[in-house]
Design a protein around this ligand. Structure first.
Ligand code: KG4
Ligand code: ZN
Length: 372
């Protein structure tokens, strides 16, 4: 449902720098034109996790080349854009700052409106590039390295409601930690996913967190599982026995995806929502995708999961949400937009103070504000 004066198929460039991926995407409405990503993940691998300072520096170096690559890939001129969107949060403060500053500089120089958008809402909205407009409402299971939440989204541009979230580790974080215990490198999700295919998911009965009858229905907990897996491995090692890595990977993964899918389906049923969207890096997990498909089908719920490349962090997801903001005529952000490392999920974007940008407005702005 379009608000009256929004642009029909807005051409929007999106910049994502919340973690270790410098992503620049370009979309026209819900059509993906370019998705350029430069990752600094290899630089972090030897530390076993993302080092914020290294990520910020890598964003700075990759920013302009990645923007140019995206423009070339899309075959458009920057002057034709209807807006520039950027992740305003949540994420690493320094990394976000590189993205927001670049977005302001480009938007200011080109005379385009600027949209600071929410990383989590972007993970949901990206599915529009693959499966068309999101049904309203949509239930979203958002599972990444930093977040695990169930969100009800009556309107992805203005109304996102948290139903539940992890009370400790995020799902992706659990994958990364178990991979570290097994000496499998970083990030852990993809390698556990691969090894689990050759293991037995029923080999070891690891605990399912917060699934008791008195536990909160939509919250998650993965820290008990993580400890239990680590102890199990340690006991084997102490006894001088070989650790069956594939079985551990498969059994651990099964415990995670069993709980995620069960709670997501339950939330849809309880709330009478017949569409479930799964997004975020962990949505790339093959077992999560398969089990969700099975359980949704049984429950009569339509499942939407973007292809794995759009689940992990990228610029296209930011462009997708930015385009939706323009299409619905949401107010642009102000030039003093600041990166907010803990931007709440309930704020899909950071609107300015009641006006949309125009060229006139752009020229009134003091250059000082660009760097705030
Ligand atoms: O959304 P994302 O790219 O970045 C954040 O916003 O956190 O998610 C990264 C997380 C990492 O923890 C990574 O291990 C996990 O997603 N991940 C996976 C898979 N691919 C990436 N977890 C499980 N299975 C996968 N195939
Ligand atoms: Zn993410």
């Amino acid at each position: 449902m379009n608000l009256t004066s929004g642009i029909d198929e807005p051409l929007v460039l999106g910049i994502e720098t919340s973690c270790d991926e410098t992503g620049v995407g370009i979309v026209r409405g819900t059509t993906l034109l370019a998705d350029a990503v430069a990752s600094s993940v290899d630089t972090h691998a030897r530390f076993g996790g993302v080092v914020p300072e290294i990520a910020s520096r890598a964003h700075l170096e990759a920013m302009v080349p990645t923007i140019e690559r995206a423009l070339k890939e899309a075959g458009i001129a920057a002057a034709d854009l209807d807006g520039i969107a950027v992740t305003a949060g949540p994420g690493l403060a320094g990394a976000l700052l590189v993205g927001t500053t670049a977005a302001k500089a480009y938007a200011y120089a080109l005379g385009k409106p600027l949209y600071g958008v929410n990383h989590l809402a972007s993970h949901i909205c990206v599915d529009q590039l693959e499966h068309g407009k999101l049904p309203e409402p949509t239930m979203a299971l958002l599972v990444s390295g930093g977040h695990s939440s169930l969100l009800l989204a009556p309107d992805i541009t203005s109304d996102v409601r948290p139903m539940g979230a992890t009370i400790d580790d995020a799902a992706g974080e659990a994958f990364d930690k178990i991979a570290r215990v097994l000496n499998l490198g970083f990030p852990g999700g993809p390698v556990i996913d691969r090894l689990a295919k050759e293991g037995d998911p029923r080999a070891i009965a690891f605990p399912r967190g917060l699934t008791g009858s008195r536990d909160p229905a939509y919250d998650f907990s993965f820290s008990g599982l993580k400890t239990s897996v680590a102890r199990w491995i340690e006991a084997r090692r102490n006894a001088g026995e070989e650790v069956p890595v594939r079985d551990v990977a498969a059994s651990f993964q099964e415990a995670v995806v069993d709980v995620l899918t069960k709670k997501a389906v339950r939330a849809c049923k309880d709330q009478g929502v017949d569409h479930l969207m799964i997004g975020g890096g962990v949505a790339a997990n093959s077992r999560l995708r398969a089990l969700a498909a099975e359980r949704c089908e049984r429950a009569g719920i339509r499942l939407r999961v973007p292809r794995p490349g759009l689940c992990t962090d990228n610029g296209a997801m930011v462009a997708a949400l930015g385009a939706e903001m323009v299409a619905r005529n949401r107010p642009a952000s102000d030039w003093d937009l600041s990166a907010d490392s803990s931007l709440p999920v309930t704020e899909p974007h950071v609107p300015g103070h009641g006006h949309t940008h125009s060229h006139d407005h752009v020229h009134e702005i003091s250059k000082d504000n660009l760097y705030s």
